[in-house]
Design a protein around this ligand. Structure first.
Ligand code: LLP
Length: 460
């Protein structure tokens, strides 16, 4: 459910006509809906309320600071996977004890900043950012680890800082959640997590470590997932693992089940949150009763339907038996169709009466197939192939729906296309969250060359 609707042939983001936003801000333009985000958070929290989980929004889904700030105001913690995402969570005002830090290859510097804000890469820029002192922020709630080697680095950095790091071991449960091959993460052959035997061995080896507390486990099976079953299998395997390590003397207080719940790219594709919650809660209840706090990391399901991408048609041409609608953005602004074969509903933001789509669907005479493509010099640059659109012409604008998650965060400047602008609709108020990237900002870093000084002893 979302708050993008056609009223008299004009797409509205909440109370604002999308064409007025496109006129004011240009395209390509991401437009988010505050009320949609908020509704998703509220409904997600309500579905899982009985077990009172720590809800950590997956920043990678949409990391705009304005979005993060509003999600923090709505009570969300944050799931981050890089040092910069961590800084964004902090700048958005998220208490550090509500931050979980995942990622298969964290650097020592990232670990250091996660454990002690004096090592924040922004510590000298707080004046520019109008931010407080990161030194005072404290360590993240949990650092997830995905290998013995990484756990040893966490232990070493924590020892250097003189603190005890709270850690969760990511289990690779060997479950195929059935997402796209690129985004299925819980199979034995995937790079993520460690097998159960190694997880148990790490608990034993680090049990008495002065600088590491093994607080629990983490799992993330993949994304998007449209049925509860893979989560249930994972909970069963995690329960077995928890029983095993507790019998060996490790007390588990934290269990993070990751993200992955799908979004409605096509109407009705994802069951309501309550379907997942009702299936999962009976198996989680006994763990909660034993003192385990459950964490969840939803990203897509909060943001996907809370954002649309608006593009402008530059040209229409017919050749090779196809109709090409050439727009001002393609894979550079939204790579999901090119990368995963993802299907996003697309429709003009202004249509004749009677051509308003209902439920992301439209079939009628005169509505014909076309390829919606971008300006990038690759045949793989498309927003959709073979989708049905009415007649469109140069200057018309199209909305690409369900683009709020993994849209802007995966956008690139390939072909030197500037990154799109991002705006938020909040009832009848519009806010520019991030302006379009200026041309100078693309070019500036390469303007000046400088010699790299290499110490004499390592010169060839
Ligand atoms: N937690 C971890 C450890 C993750 O790796 C992810 C997503 C999430 C949470 C959030 O998953 P979500 O609730 O958003 O499904 N770029 C792909 C999706 C990649 C997801 C990566 N990890 C796409 O556009 O479909």
């Amino acid at each position: 459910m979302d708050h993008f609707h056609y009223i008299s042939g004009r797409l509205h983001a909440e109370g604002i006509a999308a064409d007025t936003l496109a006129d004011a801000l240009g395209t390509p333009l991401y437009v988010y809906s505050q009320r949609t985000m908020h509704d998703h958070v509220t409904r997600f929290r309500a579905a899982f309320a009985e077990i009172d989980p720590l809800l950590c929004y997956a920043v990678k889904a949409c990391s705009n600071l304005g979005i993060l700030r509003r999600l923090v105001e709505a009570g969300m913690g944050m799931d981050v996977v890089s040092g910069i995402e961590l800084e964004r969570a902090w700048l958005a005002g998220c208490p550090m004890d509500k931050v979980v830090f995942a990622g298969v290859g964290k650097s020592d510097d990232e670990i250091r900043a996660a454990l002690d804000g004096r090592h924040s890469p922004l510590r000298d820029r707080t004046g520019d950012l109008n931010a407080g002192d990161p030194a005072a922020r404290g360590p993240v709630g949990v650092l997830n680890t995905e290998s013995r080697s990484e756990l040893e680095r966490i232990a070493a950095v924590a020892a250097e800082l003189g603190i005890r790091a709270r850690v969760a071991i990511r289990l690779n449960p060997d479950i195929d959640a059935g997402a796209h091959d690129h985004t299925t993460t819980g199979r034995a052959g995937d790079k993520f997590g460690v097998p159960a035997d190694l997880a148990a061995a790490l608990c034993a080896d680090f049990r008495a470590h002065p600088h590491v507390e093994i607080a629990g486990f983490h799992v993330h099976l993949g994304s998007p997932i449209y049925k509860p079953d893979p989560y249930l299998q994972a909970i069963d395997r995690l329960t077995t693992l928890i029983d095993r390590v507790e019998s060996e003397g490790t007390t588990i207080t934290h269990l993070d089940l990751g993200g992955g719940i799908g979004a409605d790219y096509e109407t009705g594709q994802t069951p309501p949150f309550s379907t997942f919650a009702e299936a999962m809660i009976p198996r989680l209840r006994p763990l909660v009763a034993r003192g385990v706090r459950i964490a969840l990391e939803p990203g897509r399901t909060i943001m996907a339907n809370a954002g649309v991408l608006i593009v402008t048609v530059r040209h229409v041409k017919r050749q090779g038996g196809r109709r090409f609608v050439i727009c001002d953005a393609g894979m550079n602004a939204l790579i999901r169709p090119s990368l995963y074969g993802a299907k996003h509903f697309i429709w003009p933001i202004q249509v004749e009466p009677g051509l308003e789509p209902a439920d992301r669907r439209f079939e009628a005479p005169g509505v014909e197939p076309c390829d919606v493509v971008g300006p990038v010099c690759e045949s793989g640059d498309f927003l959709a192939r073979g989708i049905h659109l009415p007649e469109v012409q140069r200057g018309d604008r199209l909305a690409v729906f369900t683009a709020g998650a993994y849209g802007m965060t995966m956008a690139s400047t390939y072909n030197d296309q500037p990154l799109p602008a991002e705006a938020l609709a909040d009832a009848d108020r519009a806010v520019l969250l991030r302006p379009r990237q200026p041309a100078f900002d693309l070019i500036a870093p390469g303007l000046a060359e400088s010699a790299v000084s290499i110490p004499a002893e390592i010169r060839a």
